[in-house]
Ligand binder design. Structure first.
Ligand SMILES: Cc1ncc(COP(=O)(O)O)c(C=O)c1O
Length: 464
């Protein structure tokens, strides 16, 4: 059955036609808010009616709970897949009393979904980054360019390899600024980590072009953008190697989990070896065709069959989850793009954005903070940029602290000379200070989308 899709414009008109929020003094003192999520509707109301004025308008606030996306789609498929592992008695991926095949099948299906030759299931996105860095053969003496705002693991994977992290600013995409990336390249730069943060692709064409020109490898981190695309191709599949996370905050989840994808058999072999104590299981040898790399010291980052079972089931829902998120984010973006003076998050390929959030910019931090306060008063899930870390200003980063004082990353002349700290990421700090994010939920309703549009419209008008 076809569902009727309503545009943001229609929502906006419909809500304003019936006087939704309009004609109301927009400060909460005159606004009676009825919260549909509260057990007793009158439980959350505004302060008393101002004496002498007209009675405050009661606005019903829909229950807005974006929640964790993957678990909202758990059903019989995950249960059945987990039961099969339990019944087989084979929770280990390579052998056991049954015929373990969940992780193997997930890898094959995932590679097909992402459009790459190879996929490797691992224990987390962090492990996937460590494997990808091992796959690229990065090590002491190499420099790797990392966005100044991203998750810890993009920094730690470089340090764990003994290479030197060099930060580049983010831009209004919330991702690596291609210009600053190019400025940070030196003869020692061997790779760049192109992160797709907060559901949106980075400016990949420009980053790939610069990287190719300077012969730098591109590691795509699509942990926060599983299922996103860039001009029709799946994120993670466009660089030399890509990684994903399946931790609970991500698009599909097994609680913890990660994957590496690549088209390059040598990168795949090194990553597969690294994740399995340095040795190459026959399964990977068969996939690659012929082995070219001797055994080296690795880790144990093997995915287990329960994780593989969950992910196999979740993968069948990835397109639906992304379509739903995209729909609701699209409606909200459509509904707010006509607000006078609004500056939306820059999106290099809006169609590829997974719709995890909607972002817009205020003129400065004070306006941003007031905007957050007003939105939260209206029960809107608003926040600053979230889910990552301003890495260059973290104490352990500024002090270049690794697990050993003589760690190779910071013992080279460049490692000793490099300085981190706020002066190395001014643009990132400014962007961080000005942006507001609104979380989007896959299970939002038309009413919620419409409410968000009107609340943003109203608050932006109050402050901007
Ligand atoms: C951008 C990014 N990369 C990597 C990771 C690491 O993933 P995991 O938590 O599965 O180790 C995360 C986790 O949030 C992330 O946000």
């Amino acid at each position: 059955m076809a569902t009727k899709r309503t545009t943001g414009r229609e929502y906006s008109d419909r809500f304003s036609r019936r006087g939704f929020l309009t004609g109301t003094c927009l400060a909460a003192s005159a606004l009676r808010i009825r919260d549909a999520s509260a057990q007793t509707p009158s439980a959350r109301t505004s302060p008393a009616t101002p004496t002498g004025g007209s009675p405050p308008q009661v606005v019903e606030v829909p229950a807005i709970e974006p929640g964790y996306v993957g678990p909202q789609f758990f059903d019989e498929r995950e249960r059945q897949a987990l039961l099969e592992v339990w019944e087989s008695g084979s929770p280990f991926r390579f052998w056991g009393p049954g015929r373990p095949e969940k992780v193997r099948r997930f890898e094959e299906d995932f590679a097909q979904h992402m459009g790459t030759r190879f996929a490797l299931g691992v224990t987390s996105g962090t492990a996937a980054l460590d494997c990808a860095v091992a796959g690229l053969g990065l090590g002491p003496g190499d420099e790797v360019i990392v966005p100044a705002y991203t998750w810890w693991s993009d920094y730690t994977c470089v340090v764990h390899a003994g290479a030197l992290p060099v930060f580049a600013d983010i831009d209004r995409t919330f991702n690596l600024d291609p210009q600053d990336f190019e400025r940070k390249i030196t003869p020692r730069t061997k790779a760049v980590i192109a992160v797709h943060l907060l559901g949106g692709p980075c400016d990949l064409n420009r980053i790939l072009e610069i990287a190719r020109r300077h012969k730098i490898a591109v590691l795509e981190d699509a942990a926060q953008c599983v299922g996103g695309s860039y001009h029709g191709k799946q994120l993670g599949s466009l660089g030399d190697v890509g990684i994903y996370s399946f931790q609970i905050n991500k698009t599909i989840t097994s609680g913890e989990g990660g994957a590496v994808v690549t088209n390059d058999p040598a990168i795949y072999e090194r990553a597969a070896r690294f994740h399995n104590m340095g040795s190459l299981h026959q399964l990977f040898a068969d996939r690659i065709g012929s082995s070219s790399i001797p055994t080296f010291a690795g880790e144990n980052f093997r995915m287990n069959e329960m994780t593989g079972a969950m992910l196999g089931a979740q993968l069948t829902k990835l397109d639906t989850i992304v379509a739903q998120l995209r729909h609701h984010a699209g409606v909200v973006y459509d509904g707010i793009k006509t607000i006078r003076g609004i500056r939306l998050r820059e999106r290099p390929d809006p169609a590829g954005d997974i719709g995890y959030c909607v972002g817009f910019e205020m003129k400065d931090k004070a306006a941003r903070d007031r905007c957050l306060q007003e939105l939260r008063k209206r029960k809107v899930p608003a926040s600053t940029l979230t889910g990552s870390v301003l890495l260059p200003i973290q104490e352990s980063v500024m002090n270049k602290r690794a697990r050993h004082p003589n760690w190779p990353s910071f013992q080279s002349p460049e490692g000793r000379a490099i300085q981190y700290g706020p002066d190395t990421c001014r643009q990132t700090l400014e962007i961080f200070d000005r942006f507001v994010l609104i979380r989007v939920g896959a299970k939002y309703t038309e009413k919620i989308d419409g409410y968000l549009i009107d609340a943003i419209r109203e608050v932006h008008g109050l402050i901007a």
